[in-house]
Ligand binder design. Structure first.
Ligand code: C5J
Length: 223
């Protein structure tokens, strides 16, 4: 691998050192992507997120082959829900609330089948899995310390959902000084409009939060 990889991107090319980069795979959990989980209890068509899986599988294969760090996240709560703010528990009018028993186990609770990452994108041995109680990957996790201790400065961001956990994470990362490249076809939303506008918001104003490229552009740059 060269010292610098440059990916054509919006609003301008994204250059990163593979030894100082990580691919972040956000919340590719059954609870968001499969029927019977948290996403569906909120009234969403979870099928819309499945388009992310094949390009993300290809990005993972190429990232691992390039020796770049891979980190997965999972949104969810302790079985006693002590890390779930009452406001989050009360929010909305879901068919099942966080902690209720559902077809894939208790909704959004750590250790349950529905909380885990889908088989198609299962973490490889040695890859970090960060459990987070919020939408952002930095809030109440050790992610910042983990990245700093490994000298990571650039994040290639994938996962779901674009306008919620991906956006929150990219904003958190940007404020902490990380440079983020979001792979447009490797992030997904239940709302096609939010997908489009969410990506546009990241790259607008000269890359106010980061850069956006396709997985094809990323793969070509890695090869
Ligand atoms: C949501 C997420 N949408 N991973 N979580 O509640 O985006």
């Amino acid at each position: 691998m060269p010292d610098t990889v440059t990916v054509p991107a919006d609003p301008y090319p994204f250059a990163f050192d593979p030894a100082r980069a990580a691919l972040l795979v956000i919340d590719m959990q059954r609870d968001f992507v499969e029927p019977g989980g948290f996403g569906e209890t909120l009234g969403n068509d979870v099928g819309l997120l499945r388009a992310v899986i094949p390009p993300l599988q290809a990005a993972l294969v190429a990232t691992r082959a390039a020796g770049i760090t891979v980190i997965h996240t999972r949104e969810g709560h302790l079985p006693d829900l002590s890390d779930c703010p009452p406001a989050k528990l009360r929010r909305g009018e879901p068919t099942l609330r966080i902690g209720d028993p559902g077809p894939k186990g208790r909704i959004l609770v750590r250790g349950e089948y529905g909380h885990d990452i889908i088989g198609e994108l299962a973490p490889a041995d040695g890859e970090l899995v960060i459990d987070k109680p919020g939408k952002g990957s930095f809030y109440a996790t050790g992610l910042d310390e983990t990245l700093r201790s490994r000298g990571i400065e650039s994040l290639v961001v994938t996962g779901v959902t674009t306008e919620v956990c991906v956006h929150t994470t990219v904003r958190e990362a940007n404020d902490r000084g990380y440079e983020c490249l979001v792979l447009a076809d490797c992030v997904g939303s239940y709302f096609p409009d939010f997908q489009r506008h969410g990506l546009a918001m990241i790259a607008a104003q000269g890359g106010i939060f980061g850069w956006v490229a396709t997985s094809g552009q990323y793969l070509k740059a890695l090869s």
